[in-house]
Ligand binder design. Structure first.
Ligand code: TRP
Ligand code: SF4
Length: 326
């Protein structure tokens, strides 16, 4: 069975954008492939190294959010990168063979340095971010890597690093292929991309009351002052949500809005009802998990063991062909 590996940095609670973007895919893959889903805490450290006080909580929260949307420890391996020491070991080896210019021209690197201007990212570790990611993937010989487009340069570099390794030492690493998660058309409350840094998110951990308030405050068509004014659903956040969560009614809503046969209030309360259904199971699972935080520990421990077994095998093979068999 093909192996899938993906990871997320634990940087805070997940939102509906993550649900439609990555997690839906992850959930689907767990029924088709052997899946490993990784808490990329080493990666989070490369950008957040100066302050680690929230690290542990962020890891727990993220795993709770994964499980709450149906990522299942029965079906896949959920593990923590830093607990499987082979990641660090393979990272060192790959960093030895990776030419620095490959890293310096990485577009994601250049962008992040500008975007995260308040963190000092002129570090060795941050430059090596894609090498660590290559180690994550190659360690498990994963063939499929679900990612968003922003991560594409990292997968391309993983292939290049794999080729370089195979060329020097022998062909042991298969080249992985990305599976692009469709970037969700889901905007944030204000119409910009849903993102923690914009403060425009609906979180998977928001209560239904909070969600209802957020929906009331969503940007709609600003040219629509009276219900009798014809609407422009295409720029409306509520409409985008209907397209995402209520696709079967989206066409009707669009027509009714354009023909001024539908008011924004009705449109919003309809969306709240739909999100109630979406969130019901998620909130139920979250409540269960929050009652037993040891559950998360146990799931990670089991996942770490599982991952470590595969990782150790690969490292053994790697060391044999690099340093000579013993
Ligand atoms: N860099 C990825 C991100 O920020 C997270 C990540 C780390 C990852 N290791 C990975 C994704 C391996 C896929 C495969 O989204
Ligand atoms: Fe948006 Fe609905 Fe109002 Fe039209 S009726 S502008 S789709 S909220």
């Amino acid at each position: 069975m093909k192996r899938v590996l993906s990871g997320m940095r634990p940087t805070g609670r997940l939102h509906l954008g993550h649900l439609l973007g990555a997690l839906k895919n992850w959930q689907q893959f767990q029924d088709e492939y052997e899946c490993l889903y990784m808490v990329a805490d080493w990666h989070a450290l490369t950008t957040g190294y100066a302050d680690t006080k929230d690290f542990k909580q962020n890891i727990t929260d993220m795993v709770v959010d994964w499980l709450s949307v149906g990522i299942s420890p029965e079906k896949c391996t959920i593990f923590q990168q830093s607990r499987v020491k082979e990641h660090a070991e393979l990272y060192l080896l790959l960093s030895i063979i990776t030419p620095i210019p490959w890293l310096e021209r990485n577009p994601t690197y250049k962008e992040q340095i500008i975007q995260l201007a308040n963190a000092d990212l002129s570090t060795h570790g941050f430059l090596g971010y894609p090498v660590l990611q290559a180690a994550d993937i190659l360690l498990y010989k994963a063939l499929v890597v679900p990612i968003g487009v922003d991560q594409l340069p990292h997968i391309e570099m993983t292939r290049e690093i794999a080729r370089r390794f195979n060329h020097f030492y022998g062909n042991i690493f298969p080249e992985p292929h990305e599976r692009l998660t469709q970037t969700p058309k889901l905007p944030g409350l204000d119409g910009r991309k849903m993102s923690k840094s914009y403060g425009n998110c609906i979180y998977l951990s928001d209560s239904m009351e909070t969600i209802a308030k957020k929906v009331q405050n969503m940007f709609t068509d600003p040219t629509r002052i009276h219900v009798s004014d014809p609407g422009h659903p295409d720029g409306c956040v509520v409409y985008a949500f209907h397209q995402a969560f209520n696709p079967q009614d989206a066409e009707t809503i669009k027509t009714e809005c354009i023909e001024a046969k539908r008011g924004c209030r009705v449109c919003k309360s309809g969306m709240v009802d739909i999100l109630k259904v979406v969130m019901l199971k998620i909130h139920e699972r979250q409540a269960e998990l929050e009652e037993s935080p040891q559950m998360i520990e146990m799931i990670l421990e089991k996942g770490n063991e599982n991952a470590a077994r595969i990782a150790a095998e690969t490292m053994k093979e790697v060391k044999e062909i690099v340093f000579g068999a013993r």
